[in-house]
Each structure stands twice: as structure tokens, then as C-alpha cells.
Design a protein. Sequence first.
Length: 254
Amino acid sequence: MRTSRREILLLFFVMFYGALTVTCIPQTVNKQKEKTDTTMADSARNKNVKAEELAKDLKRKGIRDERVLAAIAKIPREQFVDKSMAEYAYLDRPLPIEEGQTISQPYTVAFQTELLQLKPDEKVLEIGTGSGYQAAVLCEMGAKVYSIERYEVLYLTAKETLHKLGYYPHLFFGDGYEGLPEEAPFDKILITAAPEEIPEKLKKQLRIGGWMVLPLGGRQGQKMTVVRRTGEERYNQTTHGDFIFVPMQKGTEE
Ligand code: SAH
């Protein structure tokens, strides 16, 4: 009798702990911690109205996926940019972040995320954490998020911002061209910097039936491209309009 009660308790513990760790959705524990920081909580609350306006703007511009729009309507984008940029955070514009990089334009974030057609709990690899905003959108949608950044300072800043807001994706400082072979296969891969060619190692880290969304091309401009893995060695490719991203570069920088 005693053993079975212990087993039940253990089962509850595993279920509860499991629920906390499988996704990077904001955790109640951290939300409570956040409430003590009134400045942060107040600014997030005030800005949510602006985030909702931004989501409406994106809907007018053609974004259809309600889950993408709902995520954007919740996330305080001003937390992902320098304080001096806060007043522009809810305009549909890319903004500069450290190391000469950019936080993508909200429309672009929404467009790429829509192309991912995420299902709950899917395992997604993002290349180019940058500010962490895109990772927050993926977390908010219930994905299991892995994200790689090649600048150490951006990796560290994004980690701090995401944790402050209660998002816990798996973040890595490294070269996205390598991907994360030990975590593969991924259901989806999202590249947020532009490679000139489809990174071979990343193609192989997709599950069969999964796909990768990437801006493909040189510095003059890129085609938004979806590469689907349809078999062990079979892939097909579609394009979805013109965009301009920062280049995807090899190696890392400390
Ligand atoms: N998703 C980001 C967009 C950042 S811009 C956001 O929401 O803010 C693209 C990012 O890709 C930059 O931070 C850049 O440093 C990073 N990047 C470029 N090449 C990379 C590579 N090989 N591996 C990992 N990150 C890379």
C-alpha cells in the first residue's frame, strides 16, 4: 500500500516536472518573480496594447495565422531592443541591435513563422538568435525551441532578455552552419540570416517530412525559400517573395 502511494507521488512529480521542462512557454514560477519587478511588469502591460496594434497591422498586411498574430500581440518587443529604440519598437520596421545586426521587421518574423506552419510541441531549430524576439514568438506558440547565435554578446543579451520574460528556449553560442547534430532531427528549421547557398549540414538535420525556411541569396537581396525534406536524399524547394537580411557568416565571434 505504502509503495503504491509513493509511486503515485513520484508519477505526479515526474508529470509536473516534465510539463515544466518540455516546452519553453513562460513558467508560472518566473512570472511570479517578475511581479516583484514593477518597472518591468508595468512597461510590459502598457506596451501590450501597442503589441496588439502591431498584430492588427500585420493582419492587414496579409498575415493569416492567428497563432502567429496572438504571439506577436503578447510579446513586449521593446524589451528586445536598446532603450534608445524603445519608442520605435512597435513600428513594423527592423531595428539595429549590437554587433551591426538587426532585429527583423515584425512582418518578416510573422511571414517566416507562418511558413513554418508550426504544430504544438514541434522541435524547431532557429539559426541567428539575434535579439531573441523570434525565439520568443516560437516559444509563445508552444514549440520546443533551439536557437544558435554566432556573436557571444548577442547570445548572452538574448538569454538575459528571454529569461527575464519567462521564456526558456535552448540557446547556444556557436556557428549555425554546423546546426546541432546531437539534437537532430528537427521538425522545422528557421534561418534568420541569409546564406548564399542552402547549408548542407542543416538539410540533413531535418526529419523526413519536415522543412526549412530561409532567405536564400547574396547581399543584394534574397528569395524567401522553403526547402522540404521528402525522402532520405530527396528535397524540394519553393520560393515566397523577396526580402533583405543580414548575411549568414561562418564561424563565431567572442
Ligand atoms: N532572429 C533574430 C534576427 C537577428 S538578425 C531576432 O529575432 O532578433 C540575424 C542573426 O543571425 C544575427 O544576430 C547574426 O549574428 C546571426 N548569424 C549570422 N550568421 C550566423 C551563423 N552562422 N550562426 C549563428 N548565427 C548567425
